[in-house]
Design a protein around this ligand. Structure first.
Ligand SMILES: NC(=O)c1ccc[n+]([C@@H]2O[C@H](COP(=O)([O-])OP(=O)(O)OC[C@H]3O[C@@H](n4cnc5c(N)ncnc54)[C@H](OP(=O)(O)O)[C@@H]3O)[C@@H](O)[C@H]2O)c1
Length: 338
């Protein structure tokens, strides 16, 4: 798989990244051995970027990635880049109690992540949600100090709005903004995407399959564990879910005509939104099984011409989804939605 610059801070990554969250949290039970095998298969296929958060399973996800890196062939391990989010505060029962972006907290989170991952540096480090009580300059300034000391290579942002991105970029060089972007979550197009492009900041797009909703594999009768994010997500509830799955069926017709899968069309659509001069948007694939990974990687071979893109956007117009992308309480934490 080819690698491309992401942003203008010297970060070079594969066209797709592997998001590891679902291997530890938020989408119900995952199989550990299969998760590790999926990370190995992704690295073997040329995926270089592994995305995690220290709060995914309260350290579980970082330890899982640490194990996968330790047991991967040396050549794969050397190619791997870690992208780590911090700042979310948890409790032993899995509860959430806000965010902490104070400089002392940043240093503390990083110290623990380095140990759990078993690495001597983190490639991209970012706060998961902007802490409203701490100016972004202080949080980013603390990461910049970690860069100076060699503990971190690049600074990222997550779910930050355009004003915050500008303030962060005025503080230190920012490699990428991680933010939700898919056929049914197009909020970044108006203001945020133009701002990051102007500033030379890349995008790592998550929720490209809207957490499985537009993967073509999700069905209305799927039973979700109480702690599955989708059990609380407005888009997966009742009438909203039925409406959204109708959109998927419209997409399926296009996928079938092209001889590809729905998930591949959805990922290829995001890939097609990259600037013509390079790969400024890298979709994070949330696969936690090797078969899902293989399907997602197949999107790299899907070419969408102008007629395909028109047909896709007619089937799933911007703003066609029913329901917000997060429950109201979590929407309130999104600087990007202010
Ligand atoms: N910065 C942030 O705020 C933020 C928020 C969320 C996620 N993220 C990052 O972004 C990554 C991706 O996000 P996401 O997991 O929500 O992405 P996603 O790709 O929209 O959803 C992943 C889910 O889609 C389903 N799926 C079905 N077919 C698939 C296929 N071929 N390939 C991959 N998944 C398939 C899987 O669910 P089943 O396994 O249940 O079928 C999987 O758990 C996360 O792992 C995390 O690293 C960041």
């Amino acid at each position: 798989m080819r690698t491309h610059p992401l942003g203008t801070t010297g970060l070079q990554v594969s066209a797709l990244g592997l998001g590891c969250m679902g291997m530890s949290a938020l989408y119900g039970e995952a199989d550990r051995a299969e998760s590790v095998a999926t990370v190995h298969a992704a690295l073997e296929a040329g995926v270089t970027l592994l995305d995690t958060g220290d709060f995914y399973g309260m350290g579980h996800n970082e330890m899982l990635i640490g194990e996968a890196l330790r047991t991967a062939p040396a050549a794969s391990r050397e190619r791997a880049l870690t992208s780590v989010k911090f700042g979310a505060l948890r409790d032993p029962d899995g509860g959430w109690s806000g965010f902490d972006g104070r400089p002392a907290a940043v240093r503390n989170f990083a110290a623990y992540s380095l140990q759990r991952l078993g690495v001597d540096h983190i490639d991209v480090y970012r706060i998961a949600r902007v802490d409203p009580a701490v100016p972004i300059e202080e949080t980013v300034g603390a990461i910049a100090e970690l860069v100076e000391k060699g503990h971190v290579r690049h600074i990222g942002l997550s779910e930050a709005g355009a004003d915050t991105v500008r303030r962060a970029a005025a503080t230190a060089p920012i490699a990428d903004l991680q933010i939700e972007y898919s056929l049914i979550s197009r909020g970044i197009e108006a203001e945020i995407l133009p701002a990051v492009r102007e500033l030379g900041i890349g995008v790592t797009a998550y929720g490209v399959l809207s957490r499985g909703l537009i993967s073509g594999h999700f069905t209305a009768d799927r039973q979700l564990a109480a702690n599955d994010f989708r059990a609380m997500s407005p888009r997966f509830q009742g009438e909203n879910l039925r409406h959204n799955l109708d959109l998927v069926e419209a997409l399926r017709k296009i996928a079938e005509q092209k001889g590809v899968t729905v998930a591949q069309i959805a990922i290829a659509w995001v890939l097609a939104q990259r600037a013509s001069h390079g790969a400024d948007i890298v979709p994070l694939i949330g696969a936690r099984r090797r078969d899902r990974l293989a399907e997602a990687l197949g999107a790299l071979d899907v070419t969408l011409d102008a007629a395909d893109l028109r047909a896709i956007e007619e089937a799933v117009p911007a703003d066609a989804a029913a329901g917000e992308r997060y429950p109201a309480q979590q929407m309130a934490h999104l600087d990007s939605e202010r």
